[in-house]
Design a protein around this ligand. Structure first.
Ligand code: EPU
Length: 419
């Protein structure tokens, strides 16, 4: 298995372009199944999760033509299957969007229970509740979620927990249902709005995405026929912002939507990091003295859980006691033991990590537990003294485009070594 060999100590300097958003792309690609004609999608990140989705779509009979530079022409008209096998979907959490899309298209879907990063128990009860509310029967047999409906009829649904996946799945299943579906207590992440904008561009009628209530008026047809460009990746941008601050560097993060970064920029400013914002860029300039911080992850517009591990690394470099509270997932601190091996002082109690700093990190062999923890390991290795080897980079490849090239262009000493 490949690993990254990183020699720490270089402050990151320069400019980095942010790719299209993974968590928007992995929802928009399955959404194409709902269309009655082809479309063109731009700004698709070249990452493993997206490539796995292309394979799933091809397996279902969808024509996918790569036009280069992140643009793909997709024609779903020949879709001839409502089944996605375990082998296809096992390592991809977002495969559950195939369920909502196929249900909306064929009124029937059979998709293996989704895989993905391990943050403890990852239920899909809210997805099931939503499908049932629209009139479907849902069964779990031999690890396969089977959903079918005579017809899908819009209704009012209150989500018991704020769930990105359930909100998007409901929008997908309801886009071609009869009547109006109202989602109360939906997630409001930027990718929720992006999926709604995509559906509307293709002929759907979705209103209120990004607010407390989403209304979907079902349509008979979604003709597609147009191009859509995916938003920039909020989490990739945040990862480079934190890396710039941690390395005491000076980096302009380009092609982003600064509004999506507000919860992070507010915390970085609190930590004595200099931030300058432009229309579609943010400049992050680190300072030798980093101030302690208290962070709690929450659904958007709160601080994103997907930046929690990276922020913990930054907190290790801050003077005093910082607390990092995980408010979304039950178990997302497994990576802390890796950081401890580099010499940091962190105590985890339940969902709270108490970080005593500043620590001097020394290079060590470390491994990625999951995608974002993997990104945190890169940041830790970049600021550590000496050489670190980051193992299990398959997780990082799932969600970060050209990560070695991007960090190298900022002056990092990082190499991929084939294993
Ligand atoms: N939850 C339930 N029941 C459900 C669904 C969720 O109780 O039916 C709970 C979860 O256990 C969790 C909370 O609700 O405690 C939030 O889960 P959510 O459904 O929002 O997560 P998700 O849709 O499975 C997406 C991202 C994750 C990100 C979370 C939270 C994708 C493909 N994944 O997951 O991203 O952490 O939202 O923002 O969009 C990543 O990119 O590294 C990643 C893990």
């Amino acid at each position: 298995m490949d690993k990254f060999v990183i020699c720490g100590g270089n402050p990151l300097k320069g400019e980095v372009d942010i790719s299209g958003a993974k968590n928007a792309a992995v929802a928009i690609l399955p959404a194409v199944l709902l269309l009655d004609g082809p479309c063109r999608i731009e700004n698709i990140p070249n990452i493993k999760d997206v490539n796995m989705l292309f394979n799933i779509l091809r397996d279902l009979g969808v024509k996918v033509k790569d036009e280069g530079e992140g643009t793909v022409y997709i024609d779903p008209v020949g879709t001839n299957s409502y089944t996605a096998s375990y082998d296809m979907v096992k390592s991809l959490r977002a495969s559950y969007y195939i369920l909502g899309s196929l249900l909306g298209k064929f009124r029937k879907a059979e998709v293996a229970f989704p895989g993905g990063c391990d943050f403890g128990f990852r239920p899909i009860d809210q997805h099931i509740k939503a499908f049932e509310a629209l009139g479907s029967n849902v069964d779990l047999e031999h690890g396969i979620v089977k959903v079918s409906a005579e017809k899908l009829v819009g209704t009012q649904i209150y989500l018991d927990v704020v769930s990105v996946g359930a909100t998007i799945n409901l929008m997908l299943a309801a886009a071609k249902a009869e009547g109006v579906t109202v989602i109360e207590n939906p997630a409001k992440e930027p990718h929720i709005v992006d999926v709604a904008n995509f559906l509307n561009a293709m002929g759907a009628n979705v209103k209120g995405a990004g607010t407390d209530i989403i209304k979907i008026k079902g349509v008979d047809k979604m003709l597609g026929g147009t191009s859509y460009s995916i938003i920039p990746d909020q989490i990739e941008a945040g990862t480079y912002m934190i890396a710039a601050a941690a390395s005491r560097g000076d980096v302009v993060i380009k092609n982003i939507i600064p509004k999506h970064m507000e919860s992070l920029t507010a915390k970085l400013i609190e930590m004595n990091i200099d931030i300058v914002e432009g229309e579609d860029w943010i400049r992050v300039k680190g300072n030798p003295e980093i101030t302690k911080v208290n962070v709690k992850t929450q659904p958007y517009p709160g601080f994103p859980t997907d930046l929690q591990p990276q922020m913990t690394v930054l907190a290790c470099l801050a003077e005093g006691l910082s607390t990092i509270t995980e408010g979304v997932w039950d178990s997302r601190f497994q990576y802390v033991d890796e950081l401890k091996r580099m010499g940091v002082h962190i105590r985890v109690e339940g969902r709270v990590a108490m970080v005593e700093g500043p620590s001097f990190l020394s290079g060590a062999p470390i491994k990625s537990y999951d995608l974002r923890a993997g990104a945190a390991m890169i940041i830790a290795a970049l600021v550590a003294d000496g050489v670190s080897e980051v193992k299990n980079v398959k997780y990082i490849d799932r969600g970060y485009e050209n990560v070695v090239e991007k960090f190298s262009s900022l002056g990092a000493d990082i190499k991929r070594v084939k294993g």
